[in-house]
Design a binder for this molecule. Structure first.
Ligand SMILES: *[C@@H]1O[C@H](CO)[C@@H](O)[C@H](O)[C@H]1NC(C)=O
Ligand SMILES: *[C@@H]1O[C@H](CO)[C@@H](O)[C@H](O)[C@H]1NC(C)=O
Ligand SMILES: *[C@@H]1O[C@H](CO)[C@@H](O)[C@H](O)[C@H]1NC(C)=O
Ligand SMILES: *[C@@H]1O[C@H](CO)[C@@H](O)[C@H](O)[C@H]1NC(C)=O
Ligand SMILES: *[C@@H]1O[C@H](CO)[C@@H](O)[C@H](O)[C@H]1NC(C)=O
Length: 452
C-alpha cells in the first residue's frame, strides 16, 4: 500500500528564489515511469555542481516539497549547495515522521537549470524509507508545504524561471504505459471532447467555526459502486498521484464492504499477524465493478479491481479453490486541521486525462484516449494565459460545491451481510480528532486492514 500525502501543514510568507533558464521554452515534458507498486516517477533530474543524477523521483500531488533521500546526492560534493542548517520534520500517509535539512542547490534537467532551488535533504533517510524512491517531488499547493516560510514549489518555480508561462501541469497515464507529465501545456490528442473545468475547492474544518483551508481538493457529489449509491452527500477528495490506496470516509468504506461481502459465504478470510491482522476478500466479488465519482457532473472512475494488490507481492491467499486478495482501501483518514480531506488514488489517471491549473485554481478532466504511443509533441498546446487555445467547458453542475463539513450521519448507510464492527464506528468522522494523525493509525504491510 502506498499513500503519500503530507500531514504537517505550515504556511507563512511567499519567497521567490533566483532562477537561470538555459534555454527559453514554454513547456517542460517529462516521461513518467510507473513503479511495480503503481506510483509514478521521473528519472535523470540533476542536482548540484557538478551534476549528480537523481533516480526515481516520485511525483506527488498530495505534498508540496521536493524531499530527497541520501542515496543519490551528496551535498559535500556540490560547489553550488547552500545548507541553511534549518531542520524540519514531516511525515506522509504511509511514511513515518523524519527530519530533513532545508538546502538550496542547482536543479537541472536536459533543457533547464534552476539555481538555488529549495530542497529538503533527508540526510539520515535512505530511499527504502521512501518505498525505494530516491525523492518525492511534491506538486501540491502551498498549504501542504513543510518547509517554512512558504515558497514557490516546482510548478511555480518553472513559471518564475520563464520556462512555462502558466502554472499548470497535465498528466497522461494510460494503461499502455507511455506516460508523461507536461508542465505549461496540454496534449490535445489524448482526450475526448472539451476539458471540463472543476474548481479546486476549500477544505472545511470541523472546528474553529468551520474555517476554510486552501487545500487542492475537489467536490464529489456522490459515489456509486456499479449502480448502487454508496454516498449521496457532498464530500471532499484530493486526487493524489502519490497514492494507490483509496481513502473514503469510514462510513463510505463500510458501505462498500456491505455491498460486496456476504459473510455467510466465506467471502473473506482473516489472517492474524503482528499488526493486528488483515482481511482478504474473494477476488470474484469485485468482478468488473467500477467505482464512479460524480464530480459536479463529470464522472471520474476506476475499477475496484484496480484496488486489488499485486498478487506477486504476497498479498493474496489461495484456499478452498478461491483466491483471496487484499483490497487497497483504508478507513477515513484525517489529514489534519479536522478537515475530512479524503483521497482518490492515481488509478483514475488510467481513464481520465487530468490537468492541474494553479492560476485559476481548477482541475480539468476529460475521458482519456490511450494512443498506445507517446503523445506527439506537435499536439502540445502551450498555455500562456487564461484564454486557452483549446476547448474547455464549465462543469454541468458547476454551483454544487462542497460548502459544509461532511458528516457521516447525513449520508447513505447500507446494511448488508457483513457483520464486522469497526472500532469507533458510530459517528466515525465526527470523532474527536487531533490536528495531525500519527502514522500508527495507518495500515502497514498489508492493505485493507480493519482494526480489530
Ligand atoms: C542526522 O543525524 C546526525 C547524527 O545524529 C545529526 O547530527 C543530524 O542533524 C541529522 N540530520 C538531520 C537532517 O536530521
Ligand atoms: C486560495 O484559493 C483561492 C481560490 O480558491 C485563491 O484565489 C487564493 O489565491 C488562494 N490563496 C493562497 C494563499 O494560495
Ligand atoms: C506485479 O509485480 C511484479 C513485480 O513486483 C510485476 O512484474 C508485475 O507486472 C505486477 N503485476 C501486476 C498485475 O501489476
Ligand atoms: C509505448 O508505445 C509504443 C509504440 O510507440 C509501444 O510499443 C509500447 O509498448 C508502449 N508502452 C511503453 C511502456 O512504452
Ligand atoms: C455526530 O454527528 C453529528 C452530525 O450529524 C454531530 O452534530 C454530533 O456532534 C456528532 N457527535 C459527536 C460525538 O461528535
Amino acid at each position: 500500500m502506498k499513500f503519500l500525502l503530507l500531514i504537517s501543514v505550515f504556511n507563512l510568507l511567499v519567497k521567490a528564489t533566483p532562477i537561470t533558464p538555459i534555454k527559453q521554452q514554454i513547456y517542460i515534458n517529462f516521461e513518467l515511469i510507473k513503479s511495480d507498486i503503481g506510483l509514478f516517477y521521473i528519472e535523470n533530474l540533476n542536482l548540484g555542481t557538478p551534476k549528480q543524477i537523481l533516480n526515481k523521483v516520485e511525483i506527488d500531488t498530495g505534498s508540496s516539497d521536493f524531499i530527497l533521500a541520501n542515496d543519490d546526492y551528496n551535498p559535500s560534493k556540490s560547489s553550488s549547495v547552500h545548507n541553511t542548517f534549518e531542520i524540519f520534520t514531516t511525515s506522509y500517509g504511509s511514511i513515518s515522521p523524519f527530519q530533513f535539512y532545508k538546502i538550496y542547490d542547482t536543479l537541472s534537467f536536459k533543457n533547464f537549470e534552476i539555481e538555488n532551488y529549495p530542497v529538503g535533504f533527508a540526510q539520515n533517510v535512505s530511499s527504502d524509507y521512501f518505498g525505494n524512491f530516491n525523492g518525492i517531488l511534491g506538486l501540491g499547493t502551498g498549504l501542504l508545504e513543510a518547509m517554512e516560510p512558504s515558497y514557490s514549489n516546482f510548478p511555480r518555480q518553472l513559471k518564475e524561471s520563464g520556462l512555462i508561462d502558466y502554472i499548470l501541469f497535465s498528466i497522461y497515464a494510460p494503461v499502455s504505459g507511455n506516460n508523461t507529465i507536461l508542465f505549461g501545456g496540454i496534449n490535445s490528442d489524448v482526450f475526448h471532447g472539451p476539458l471540463i473545468k472543476i474548481p479546486i475547492n476549500f477544505a472545511i474544518g470541523q472546528t474553529s467555526s468551520f474555517k476554510k483551508y486552501n487545500w487542492s481538493g475537489i467536490t464529489i457529489n456522490g459515489i456509486k459502486i456499479g449502480d448502487t449509491v454508496v454516498s449521496n452527500e457532498n464530500s471532499y477528495f484530493e486526487i493524489d498521484t502519490g497514492a494507490t490506496t483509496f481513502v473514503p470516509p469510514d462510513n463510505i468504506a463500510r458501505n462498500i464492504l456491505q455491498l460486496l461481502i456476504d459473510e455467510s459465504k466465506g467471502d473473506y478470510l482473516f489472517q492474524d499477524n503482528s499488526d493486528g491482522g488483515y482481511y482478504y476478500f474473494r477476488r470474484e466479488l469485485v468482478g468488473d465493478l467500477w467505482i464512479t465519482f460524480n464530480v459536479q457532473g463529470y464522472i471520474l472512475k476506476f475499477q475496484i479491481d484496480d484496488l486489488l494488490l499485486n498478487e506477486t507481492a504476497g498479498d493474496s491467499i489461495n484456499q478452498n479453490g478461491n483466491t483471496y486478495c487484499i483490497l487497497d482501501m483504508m478507513l477515513g483518514y484525517q489529514l489534519g486541521l479536522n478537515t475530512n480531506v479524503q483521497t482518490i488514488p492515481n488509478h483514475v489517471l488510467k481513464y481520465s486525462y487530468i490537468v492541474w491549473d494553479y492560476e485559476q485554481f481548477a482541475l480539468y478532466f476529460a475521458d482519456l484516449i490511450d494512443l498506445n504511443d507517446k503523445p506527439d509533441t506537435k499536439s502540445i498546446v502551450e498555455i500562456r494565459d487564461n484564454q486557452w487555445p483549446i476547448s474547455t467547458t464549465t462543469a454541468p453542475d458547476a454551483t454544487n460545491t462542497y460548502t459544509s463539513f461532511y458528516w457521516a450521519s447525513n449520508d447513505v448507510s447500507i446494511s448488508g451481510k457483513y457483520s464486522l464492527t469497526v472500532a469507533g464506528e458510530e459517528n466515525a468522522t465526527s470523532e474527536p480528532i487531533t490536528t495531525t494523525t500519527s502514522s500508527s493509525s495507518i495500515a502497514t504491510g498489508g492493505c485493507y486492514a480493519i482494526p480489530t
